[in-house]
Design a binder for this molecule. Sequence first.
Ligand SMILES: C[S@@+](CC[C@H](N)C(=O)[O-])C[C@H]1O[C@@H](n2cnc3c(N)ncnc32)[C@H](O)[C@@H]1O
Length: 263
Amino acid sequence: MELTTDYIKKFDGKWYKDTYYSSLFDSVEEGNLLKFGMDSFHDMFNSDVDFGGRMLDVGTGPVIHSILSASRRLHHIDLSDYSPSNIDLLTDWKTDTSHGDYDALIKYEMKLADDRRSVSERETEIKSKVLGIRRIDLTSENVFQETASHDVLYDVIVSSLCLEAASADKEVYRKCLRNISNLLKTGGYLIIFGVLEETFYRVGDVRFNCLHLTSEDIRTIYEGNGFKILKWSTMFPEDHPPKVEENDFSDFKNVFAMMTQKI
Ligand SMILES: C[S@@+](CC[C@H](N)C(=O)[O-])C[C@H]1O[C@@H](n2cnc3c(N)ncnc32)[C@H](O)[C@@H]1O
């Protein structure tokens, strides 16, 4: 199968969304990764931390699991991605009056939050918090190509499964992190959901590269670039991770959720 880094031409956002985000539990493709991510976001945003008002989701892709819990706490959320076709899918979601694609995710988050309203009412509320959908290139110092990068700094930045996908090596990862940091207020929160020791993941008929990183690498990179790690959890115990069967879809060994603060 072809190995690629071409997010402009080869990333089939619809396939990605339908394959990895239609079911929450024990999926053949990624086990309980999505459930772990959503539980972690819920725990972080359900805490008594004062998050402020403006949030950026970096490398949103065609999916919205990473903003669901956050949308209960922040009134201004910008989504962003490198791939123009993902920007189109997110824009379709935001502007379309039909509902349905994310019902399973929204229902699950509502259950966590003990929210008894209808799914469509909640989805409308989430959409109302999404005020921008921005083209971004994390590897470039001028990350937002279309406007000045340093317009208003964010209070919170969230990123799910993006930095390890966008970075060819650790130096690029550090550069991406510094570029993210430039968008965040001092004292602001950076929340990362990522995979450990993964080298590829599949999208349709191609495999995308993923930067192999251990938990030690992650801690060293963030602490070495001005972030204090406030919360850290992994899907499997770090000292005894079960052997995850490598399958056709990806080869991650563990998954982490981390809340950091810019110091
Ligand atoms: C594995 S997907 C993750 C999507 C989604 N956030 C999720 O959790 O499923 C990786 C995402 O990173 C984005 N990406 C790749 N290179 C990037 C770059 N240089 N800057 C910003 N985003 C990038 C891709 O377009 C893609 O949407």
